[in-house]
Design a protein around this ligand. Structure first.
Ligand code: BES
Ligand code: ZN
Ligand code: ZN
Length: 487
């Protein structure tokens, strides 16, 4: 899809379809006000009305979309409206449309362009790769959107940024939606190499022989039972430099989580192809960081494994020696994410990073706590947590902080090893004890863990730019944070 930007009013130019977003309590442009009764269209959020204006204005069709109360309009409203526009246009079989805001909200033209482009790209997303027979509306896609605005130059700069972000979200969504028979650890390794070629990243992929040799005991313990062998992946953007912060992004890449010997019940297994959602965030983020040419040194790290039962599977009661040298008592093989991440997080320390930010679908307890509306963050450094929370507000990907107090660290002490992979047997503070476990592997580097178990995969869409399935969550968040990153 091409997104163009033009100065002026969307009603001025000829087109098959002009879409105009309108707030409640504001008057419509004169040319079309006469065509409808004010009561027909109140401007309520996401309400639509299609007009055939005849000769009153150049466009053949005009679609009004409500934006709700003017004082409530924010960046999220625009993302949602943009996605509604895409879906409505598709329903009208228009492969191109012009889009305008009746009144531009009070943020910068760049931001308007950015969030509209994000909404167009995310709203256009569908996962249809495996359908061999497509319905007419599935075959149909939007080729061209032109945004009409007051400041062409700035809006268009923003739109270019938003399009990069939106496409990176789609890239991450594709990885999450891909079935585990395709998206294996080896596949993620190949994706990393392909991404590295496309974007000029330095990519390292390690397979089982190297992992054993170099002591990646956490990844090997979890991934050792599967015919789909584990991988460790590092993707480096830029180089270390005095004036450039070094950021490590770490992702959980469990390409299927059966639970292992502590096998999951049948009805909670099918969505476990999405247990590599954290790694998808890292892939999407690395693509966007490189395309946006951010002035940073960023390393994307992924621990990838398939968690399966079998005669080679790690067992409850095993003690695993991780890359850090620390030993882990395994009390539940389904708490595997933290075990593979311990190696990835320890490895991150090699880069002496200014911050380590890790994404994982780590705990069911996170879904209980926050549901699908926010990810949880736990951090060893409050200013890092604050940056993420602020970026969450701006990007529309909300996050909520949970504490990492010393009391929780007590809960994962083992009597026979350095640490255990399970806190309280009944699950008390399940998300926090998992976070505390991860924090034991980052040394003194500022660290934040983002648990996306509730947000990485949705059984139903809550916003118009979402579809059921993989969300590519965290890409917008991390890019928002890194675009504003100053030491
Ligand atoms: N991948 C799961 C967490 C999860 C559950 C993500 C549901 C998304 C949806 C993780 O590996 C897991 O199984 N965690 C266990 C930990 C427990 C055994 C301590 C959980 O949350 O039940
Ligand atoms: Zn698990
Ligand atoms: Zn898992």
């Amino acid at each position: 899809m091409d997104i163009l930007v033009k100065s002026g009013s969307v009603l001025e130019d000829e087109s098959e379809l002009a879409i105009l977003a309108v707030c409640e309590e504001t008057s419509l442009p004169e040319a079309i006000a006469g065509l409808i009764d004010a009561n027909d269209f109140g401007g309520k959020l996401k309400k639509t009305l299609l007009l055939y204006p005849g000769n009153t204005v150049p466009p053949r069709r005009v679609l009004l979309i409500g934006m709700g109360k003017p004082d409530k309009v924010n960046a999220e409203t625009l993302r949602e409206i943009a996605a509604v526009a895409i879906k409505e246009a598709r329903g009208l079989q228009a492969d191109a449309f012009n889009f305008g805001l009746n009144e531009e909200p009070g943020f910068t033209p760049e931001k308007i362009g950015q969030v509209l482009a994000e909404g167009f790209e995310m709203g256009a997303y569908r996962y249809l790769h495996y359908k061999t027979e497509l319905k007419d509306e599935e075959k149909f896609s939007i080729e061209n959107v032109t945004i009409y605005c007051s400041n062409e130059e700035q809006t268009s700069q923003g739109a270019a940024v938003g399009q990069i972000i939106g496409r990176s979200v789609s890239f991450a969504r594709d990885l999450v939606n891909g079935p585990s028979c395709k998206v294996t650890p080896a596949f993620l390794g190949e994706e990393a190499e392909a991404l590295g070629k496309r974007q000029g990243l330095k990519v390292t992929v390690l397979g089982p022989d190297e992992l054993i040799k170099q002591g990646f005991g956490g990844i090997m313990a979890v991934g050792g039972a599967s015919a789909n062998e584990p991988r460790f992946i590092a993707m480096e953007y830029g180089k270390p430099a005095d004036n450039k912060p070094t950021i490590c992004l770490v992702g959980k890449g469990i390409t299927f989580d059966s639970g292992g010997l502590n096998i999951k019940p049948a009805n909670s297994m099918e969505m476990m192809k999405s247990d590599m959602g954290g790694s998808a965030t890292v892939f999407g983020a690395m693509q966007a960081i490189a395309e946006l040419k951010l002035p940073l040194h960023v390393v994307g790290i992924v621990s990838a494994a398939e968690n399966m039962p079998g005669s080679r599977a790690y067992r409850p009661g095993d003690i695993v020696k991780t890359l850090s040298g620390k030993t882990v008592e395994i009390l539940n093989t389904d708490a595997e994410g933290r075990v593979i991440l311990s190696d990835g997080l320890y490895y991150a320390q090699h880069y002496k990073p200014d911050a380590i930010i890790e994404f994982s679908t780590l705990t069911g307890a996170m879904i209980v706590a926050l549901g699908p509306h926010a990810s949880g963050v736990m951090a060893t450094d409050q200013s890092l947590a604050d940056r993420l929370i602020a970026a969450g507000q701006e990007s529309g990907e909300k996050i909520w902080q949970l504490p990492l107090w010393d009391e929780y660290k007590e809960m994962i002490k083992s009597e026979i090893a350095d640490i255990k992979n399970l806190g309280d047997k009944a699950g008390a503070a399940g998300s926090i004890t998992a976070g505390a476990f991860l924090a034991a592997f980052v040394g003194d580097y500022p660290f934040a863990h983002v648990d996306i178990a509730g947000t990485g995969w949705l059984d139903k869409s809550n916003k118009s730019y979402q579809e059921k399935g993989g969300q590519g969550v965290g890409v917008r968040l991390i890019i928002e944070m890194l675009r504003n990153y100053e030491q």
